[in-house]
Write a protein that binds this ligand. Structure first.
Ligand SMILES: Cc1cc2nc3c(=O)[nH]c(=O)nc-3n(C[C@H](O)[C@H](O)[C@H](O)COP(=O)(O)OP(=O)(O)OC[C@H]3O[C@@H](n4cnc5c(N)ncnc54)[C@H](O)[C@@H]3O)c2cc1C
Length: 429
């Protein structure tokens, strides 16, 4: 059982300690509520830097933070590591893999998961990037494959190990492609001298006609130029419809020979047993009103990636980005502490993506720019947004070290002894 003591205060149960849930819980520290913060992990993850863990630029511990440490100084926030399995809105109870509890108010802030568009092959063979453990799995696989490539005498089979297909030209795909291209130029020639790094092909497949669809044309065009100059093969207006561990198949039937496919092509939200079907919108986001509540269930709020609501400036719903989640978490906290009739209004602070060393694109509300100053701003914003002084310092030191030495020093294959993410013998051309 979840073993939550009775309290004289109303119980707010928050599912998910991501950007939204965590910001809400932080605002409610030492306030007259009993807050139960429930997550399947005992840590918060900073998703925008997953790709740096995958590319051996940062340690997982630099972009994660233990939840209990954040709430050490308060007694009203109870943390439980458990996974939500269902809701009974009529009796105001939730079911988890560790038992049931009652809520006075339930807040769903579970984020989203990778969307494989129902393709089981892609789900089985492609690498998603939606958790720190998936980032580590990708890091292991990349370096394991370089090792396999060294052992391989057959040219075609060797190419399969070193070529990589990235699917999705949003910020994650673009950042991954840039980081891989830098690894190809700066790391491979030093670490893997026997491999011809010129033969490493990086493909970025984008369904739309340009990169970074959520940003301005200017940003998309600049990202394209940067990646082309770094040797990334960009393929537009098509989809990867299949992959089998040795090839990625495009919509037109064309195949790219690469064992590794990285899937950054979309997200979808979780469906929760107990919530009626008509609660869901596109991408399984849950429809909420302007105060972030489910219309039929006033005691349930939804925040962040999982919530769907529109306002005049966002008729298609808010973007699924960290700032929306953070602002919604803070808004809801205010509603608990000082209820008002004010609707949630998203303040767009801008968006940015980095492509590599000195190369980034920034869209601020009034100005768009790229290059060195964009890259500096990207560094500053990401360090500032991390939780924990130690994490900020370690990330800063890591980045400065990488900048000066052109080296990322975390190229380790660490995994349980009895597991191999891929066996060399199992690969076929
Ligand atoms: C690789 C990547 C790069 C990104 N880059 C950027 C960027 O540069 N800028 C930007 O603004 N946004 C970026 N985003 C998007 C941003 O991370 C999300 O919009 C944001 O994390 C959403 O916050 P959230 O609180 O809604 O959900 P999340 O931060 O995803 O948190 C959800 C939490 O719910 C928990 N959870 C889920 N299901 C359950 C369950 N059943 N039971 C218990 N707990 C559960 C999870 O463990 C997690 O802790 C990126 C996302 C990814 C994946």
């Amino acid at each position: 059982m979840l073993n939550i003591p009775d309290s004289k205060y109303k119980r707010i149960v928050i599912i998910g300690a991501g950007f939204a849930g965590l910001n809400l819980a932080k605002q409610l520290r030492n306030k007259p509520y009993q807050v139960v913060l429930l997550d399947r992990n005992n840590f918060h993850q900073f998703q925008p830097l997953f790709y740096q863990v995958a590319m051996a630029g940062l340690e997982p511990s630099s972009i994660t933070f233990p939840l209990r440490k954040i709430f050490q100084s308060c007694n009203n926030v109870l943390i439980r590591v458990a996974e939500l399995e269902g809701i009974s809105p009529d009796t105001k109870r939730i079911q988890t893999n560790q038992g049931e509890i009652y809520y006075d108010h339930l807040v769903l802030a579970m984020g989203a998961t990778t969307n494989f568009f129902g393709n089981e092959n892609i789900k089985q063979h492609a690498f998603p990037l939606k958790s720190v453990s998936e980032s580590l799995a990708l890091r292991n696989s990349i370096f394991e494959d370089y090792e396999f490539a060294l052992l391989e005498e057959d040219y075609q089979r060797r190419q399969g190990f070193i070529d990589i297909v990235i699917v999705g030209g949003g910020p994650t795909g673009v950042e991954l492609a840039g980081a891989l291209a830098e690894m190809k130029s700066h790391i491979l020639p030093k670490d893997y001298k026997e491999l011809d790094s010129a033969e490493v092909d990086i493909y970025l497949v984008q369904g739309a006609d340009r990169l970074l669809k959520g940003m301005s044309n200017k940003a998309g065009d600049a990202a394209k130029k940067y990646l082309e100059s770094m040797g990334v093969n960009l393929i537009f207006n098509t989809y990867v419809v299949d992959c089998d561990g040795t090839h990625a198949t495009l919509k037109g039937g064309e195949k790219i020979h690469a064992n590794k496919v990285i899937w950054a092509a979309g997200i979808t939200c979780y469906k929760i047993p107990g919530l009626p079907e008509d609660c869901y919108e596109r991408g399984n986001r849950i429809k909420v009103n302007a105060k972030l509540g489910i219309e039929a269930y006033p005691d349930i709020s939804v925040l962040g990636d999982q919530a769907y609501t529109t306002e005049e400036a966002f008729p298609q719903g808010h973007p699924q980005v960290a700032q929306v989640a953070i602002q919604q978490g803070k808004y809801l906290a205010k509603q608990f502490l000082k209820p008002s009739t004010a609707s949630f209004k998203y303040k767009d602070l801008g968006s940015m993506a980095t492509i590599g060393r000195n190369k980034a694109v920034v869209d601020l509300p009034n100005v768009k720019f790229k290059g060195f100053f964009a890259w500096l701003l990207w560094l500053f914003v990401h360090i500032r947004s991390l939780i924990g002084r130690k994490n900020k310092l370690f990330v800063f030191i890591n980045w400065m070290w990488n900048y000066v030495t052109y080296d990322q020093s975390l190229r380790l294959i660490i995994k349980p002894a009895n597991r191999s993410s891929q066996s060399k013998k199992g690969t076929e051309v």
